[in-house]
Design a protein around this ligand. Sequence first.
Ligand code: NAD
Ligand code: DAU
Length: 358
Amino acid sequence: MILVTGGAGFIGANFILSWLGRNSEPVLNLDKLSYAGNLASLASLADDARHVFVHGDIRDRALVARLFSTHRPRAVLHFAAESHVDRSIHAPGEFVESNVVGTFTLLDEALAYWKGLAASERDAFRFVNVSTDEVYGSLEADEAPFSESTAYAPNSPYSASKAAADHFARAYAHTHGLPVITTNCSNNYGPRQFPEKLIPLMIHRALAGEPLPVYGDGLNVRDWLYVDDHCLALERVLAAGRPGSTYCIGGANEIANLDLVHTLCDELQRVQPPATGHYADLIRFVADRPGHDRRYAIDAGRMRQELGWAPAETFATGLRRTVAWYLENPGWVADIVNGSYRDWVGLNYGRRPEAERT
Ligand code: NAD
Ligand code: DAU
């Protein structure tokens, strides 16, 4: 079997659903069910014996050691992390705990387990460390996209914690020969994404008739990738990626936030128009995110050339599928919008004054 950490989160859950839809090999899913972990995303696997869920923390060394020795996975796909930049500004300690200490603990226990394997199993073992393009910092408008040779320059507590985790992953490969592969992916979107992130937040608020908060001037650029395309990229990395190597994964879909929100509003208007007006009337410019990275973009040439991977979805098709999923599954978001979610919205947006339009 394979061990997936963070499999109740956005990408981890989509990965497990994609994996079990295409492979017979079981998945051991270790997730602590933080605010972002949601077993409702995996409800369709309730009667599927190939999905084994363990409620636990990757920092729990004894638990992790027991899972390795009992289940003897042939690979680890490590998704578990605190993942939201805004939260890392308010509460960075949790990012150090899960992303740095957690990844270190997992690597250390994976190493102990790996050393005890027979030679052929050791050769076949893989530890895929799922990381982000944010570790590379911010690009100017005319700069070439990030690639595997770009120097790390993390700017937020979130990206600093992911960069630290990546450095430990690299060190375990270099020092001990643990077959680690790190992937650095751009912004994902799609079904089952927690509604703190831009696209599900905007869908939820638009449908509720609430203001759509665009940070700063709205001209920050992200490179958007449909989540299933990320999942298929990770499958290719697991199957054929070079141990000790890193792979940049991206959608070649650079879009400024304001353009994205307008496109999203147009799509919502097309499929579920409000009683009056246009969803875009709800757009409001608000105070910027401190340290807000201006632009991310990925050169996925290595993925394409070495592993034959390319995204299947365009932004237009992926966004249509995403909007359709949220409209068909209103209960998924409704169940999240509970007391603790409201607390977060109050903390992040309550003290963020609406800005003058420039
Ligand atoms: P998410 O916040 O939706 O899910 C994270 C999951 O990890 C949750 O289920 C949570 O309960 C679990 N988790 C957190 N800390 C844990 C711990 N200490 N022990 C066990 N489980 C723990 O995140 P996501 O968007 O699905 O991102 C998954 C991974 O992909 C992260 O490592 C993130 O850095 C990386 N990534 C995300 C994106 C993106 O656009 N979302 C892009 C590139 C890379
Ligand atoms: O690039 C990969 C990263 O993408 C992942 O590593 C992170 O886990 C993931 O959260 C994402 O980070 P971003 O900060 O880019 O995503 P977010 O959805 O928070 O914001 C996307 C852009 O939209 C960013 O420029 C900030 C802006 N934004 C966001 C929110 C929540 C707004 O303008 N308004 C908002 O309310």
